[in-house]
Ligand binder design. Structure first.
Ligand SMILES: NC(=O)c1ccc[n+]([C@@H]2O[C@H](COP(=O)([O-])OP(=O)(O)OC[C@H]3O[C@@H](n4cnc5c(N)ncnc54)[C@H](OP(=O)(O)O)[C@@H]3O)[C@@H](O)[C@H]2O)c1
Length: 339
């Protein structure tokens, strides 16, 4: 074990449950003591941690597929870091690991919940994004859940984000006839068509989504990858060809809503078009992990697949990074860097 362990670590606590958009005083950056790891545990100095839209749901005290964050406890989520002390077989000081105790500088991690990662194969932060949870979400959601096949026309919302940017490019790589993306700024729209090879893209803030999608996909769409919900889902239903398939991955447009949000007004089209709208959770698709890593590593190496990260420096800016994600200040994966 290392002789000079840190004695304290800063960590973000949820201190009040947000109603609508989170406020700064719903969170507190607090100091915690650090002790040597107990049997079966490792101490990790986090280098990067992930902020993700699903964390907004965990701030509510409601029954869901993941338990709510506890008040006055450290929040958690994906992180990568370096082992600084180990009391577990198979882990040594200097190893790099992916684990689930983000939002803090030093994490006391049960070794069974840590996975070793190789910083020589990919930048460490990539294990939180393109080679991690969001990348697998894109891969599984497109190829498995939406049953994508060559020749499909694909529409993806949140297209400049971590999941969306990968969905569109993966569809192109696998022979989509047309890929259309929507995003919240003209710069993001430009990135989609000029860097990521989308055939068309539009800024959903520039006009009704339904009209802009119709114009961008004159022959209709076969697959819709939904990251947004609301008017995007309604527009997709309207533009679907028969036997269209939607992966319902996220509905970020309503995560801060304080009132129940109305559903699409055109659901009856599902009948005549024989549409399939399928929800997904990435955690159900762990079986695809080896194939996902092999494919994505290959596409990254060949330059067919590109990705971006928006890195916010410093643990003290963790809350701002999370809020920036909800406001669309990120392009690609939003990450807090402690390196
Ligand atoms: N089901 C699963 O297992 C799973 C796993 C991972 C992620 N997800 C979901 O997938 C979606 C994307 O996640 P991500 O991690 O890749 O995040 P992300 O897309 O990198 O970041 C969130 C983006 O959402 C957009 N946004 C925010 N408010 C919006 C609104 N009202 N209307 C339209 N767009 C809005 C912003 O981009 P703009 O500038 O374009 O507005 C922002 O950059 C989220 O809905 C998330 O909850 C689901």
């Amino acid at each position: 074990m290392s002789a000079a362990l840190p004695t304290s670590s800063r960590e973000w606590h949820l201190v009040a449950r947000p109603h609508g958009w989170p406020q700064a005083d719903d969170f507190a950056l607090r100091e915690a003591e650090v002790a040597a790891p107990a049997e079966g545990r490792i101490l990790v100095r986090n280098k990067f941690f992930s902020v993700d839209p699903y964390m907004r749901g965990r701030m509510n005290d409601v029954k869901s597929y993941t338990p709510p964050f506890k008040l006055d406890h450290p929040m958690d989520g994906g992180a990568v870091g370096e082992v600084i002390a180990s009391n577990a077989e198979g882990f040594a000081v200097g190893d790099h690991v992916l684990h689930g105790l983000g939002w803090r500088e030093i994490a006391d991690v049960p070794a069974k919940h840590a996975v070793k990662v190789d910083p020589d194969l990919a930048p460490l932060s990539a294990y939180l994004g393109v080679l991690g949870m969001t990348g697998l979400t894109a891969y599984a959601g497109l190829f498995d859940v939406a049953s994508f096949k060559e020749g499909d026309a694909v529409f993806v919302s949140g297209a400049a984000g971590a999941v969306g940017s990968q969905v569109g490019q993966m569809a192109k790589i696998k022979g989509a006839s047309r890929v259309i993306g929507s995003a919240g700024s003209d710069e993001k729209v430009k990135l989609l068509t000029e860097e990521y090879g989308f055939d068309a893209a539009f800024n959903y803030k520039n006009g009704p989504v339904r009209d802009q999608l119709k114009e961008a996909a004159p022959d209709g769409i076969d697959v819709y990858f939904d990251n947004v919900g609301g008017d995007h889902l309604e527009a997709a239903i309207s533009s679907f060809n028969v036997h269209g398939r939607a992966t319902i991955c996220g509905m970020i447009a309503q995560y801060n809503s304080t009132e129940p949000t109305p559903g699409p007004s055109n659901m009856a089209l599902i009948i005549g078009k024989r549409l399939r709208l399928q929800g997904m959770l990435v955690g159900d698709h762990a079986d695809l992990q080896p194939q996902f890593v092999q494919d994505v590593a290959g596409w990254l190496a060949s330059g067919e697949l590109k990705y971006q990260e928006t890195k916010v420096e410093g643990i003290e800016n963790g809350y701002d990074a999370f809020m920036g994600l909800l406001r669309g200040e990120n392009t690609g994966k939003m990450i807090v860097s402690l390196a």
